[in-house]
Design a binder for this molecule. Structure first.
Ligand code: NZQ
Ligand code: ZN
Length: 388
């Protein structure tokens, strides 16, 4: 097992009717900015309920944080935080609203041009660059990203999606009430299953380091997602299926399964370019890239792919090659069974766009990806050709 530090201070408040946690954990004298997205939380009445729970606190609202939250939108909220002396943020929404709120929390405490905060990639922003952030909590409405219990955000600017990492942006608390996700469109539920699944594979399908507990936890999350996926998509109000979906998604990216093991993240970095260039949903980009990446990287990932075949998909017979082939095929069929297409051409993107995608990866410094940093642009080109 590799050396690791594990730190996660986010309080999780899980279950039905838990909004009272807001009153308990938002300071009584706080001036609060509620942040939300394109309106789903307004229409469902959730924002009104949150305001009721906030009681006599002074409350402002900032709506309109779009999917794949944009820098230009978020800086408007920074203005409100400064002018109104906001001292607590409350994000009500999915990964985009939570990520956007993390950026607002940091940028509000940064004196320079806040675009500076976009240039650190997957490395944490050093404390001498930024030493504090506005504290915030979240009310999660979409199970997918794990942003409700981690220290990362992904911010869109120009034609790029930029990871922003800082331990200053762990939420103080997150309310995880599965019933708040019942209003999701089926496609977002499917995207959420796939996002959680691929977060897990990014930290599991690498090379063995004898991280037995991490492997078993990762396999538990993958198997749970496979088990509940059909029900959580087909039966939006099935509480038990959705509760397992929500908790799996949180556990997939709260640092626990990735501690002490190698991590890949190439599927995500390639996927981010597909969203930035063609507007394809985050979960869909992962469904396109992962099967193709596993095919191209089968030698580097051989040992873990065999473990994945045997323990997750219960493939007992056949040669090693056959087991790996079948595991990749089952992964692709799993995504497609949720109604998500797994080839780029099915999203109207032709092979003529491959050079553009590769160029963007180069422009964003994504030239040495994967758990061993040996995933170069020529190999990515092969992955994209396979994904067509
Ligand atoms: O904006 P509203 O009107 O709220 O509608 C949203 C949005 O259109 C809708 N929605 C959310 N909750 C709903 C609902 N509709 C009905 N009922 C509800 N209860 O769903 C749509 C998508 O929302 P979004 O927040 O964009 O989705 P998701 O949670 O999948 O977040 C995706 C973003 O997270 C980033 C992605 O790159 C992308 O920008 N990621 C963040 C990560 C992190 N912070 O750790 C890791 C991930 O890998 C990912 O990259
Ligand atoms: Zn993701």
């Amino acid at each position: 097992m590799l050396n690791f530090d594990f730190y996660n201070p986010t309080r999780i408040i899980f279950g039905k009717d838990r909004l009272d946690g807001i009153d308990k954990y938002v300071p009584a004298d706080a001036t609060v900015l509620i942040t939300y997205g394109g309106g789903s939380a307004k229409r469902s009445g959730l924002i009104d309920k949150v305001k009721t729970v906030l009681g006599n606190r002074k409350v402002y609202e900032f709506g309109g944080i779009e999917p794949n939250p944009r820098y230009e939108t978020l800086v408007k909220a920074v203005g409100i935080v400064r002018n109104e002396k906001i001292d607590f943020l409350l994000a009500v929404g999915g990964g985009s609203v939570i990520d956007g709120t993390k950026f607002i929390a940091l940028a509000s405490c940064y004196d320079g041009d806040s675009r500076d905060l976009l240039k650190y990639g997957l490395a944490p922003i050093p404390f001498d660059v930024i030493g504090k952030a506005v504290p915030f909590g979240t009310v999660l409405t979409l199970p997918a990203t794990g942003s409700e219990m981690n220290n990362g955000a992904v911010i869109s600017y120009g034609h790029g999606k930029y990871p922003v990492m800082s331990e200053l942006v762990f939420p103080k608390f997150s309310i995880l009430d599965p019933t708040l996700t019942f209003t999701l469109p089926k496609m977002q539920v499917a995207n959420g299953v796939i996002d959680a699944f691929v977060h897990t594979t990014e930290q599991y399908l690498t090379y063995p380091v004898d991280g037995k507990v991490q492997d078993r936890m990762a396999e538990g999350i993958l198997q749970t997602l496979i088990e509940i996926s059909e029900t959580t998509v087909a039966e939006p109000e099935n509480y038990d299926a959705r509760a397992n979906h929500v908790w799996s998604a949180t556990l997939a990216l709260n640092g626990l399964i990735g501690a002490g093991v190698p991590q890949d993240w190439a599927t995500h970095m390639i996927g981010h370019e597909l969203t930035a260039l063609f507007g394809i949903d985050h979960g869909q980009t992962l469904a396109i890239v992962l099967p193709a990446l596993l095919e191209v990287r089968r030698e580097q990932k051989r040992a873990k792919l065999l473990q994945y075949a045997e323990r997750v998909w219960h493939i007992e017979s056949g040669s090693e090659e056959e087991k790996i082939d079948l595991a990749i095929q089952k992964t692709r069929e799993f995504f497609e069974g949720l109604g998500v297409k797994t080839y780029l051409s099915q999203y109207g993107v032709g092979a003529d766009k491959i050079p553009v995608i590769v160029e963007q990866l180069k422009a964003h410094g994504m030239t040495a990806l994967s758990e061993t940093q040996d995933l170069t642009l020529d190999i990515i080109q092969k992955i994209l050709e396979r994904a067509m």
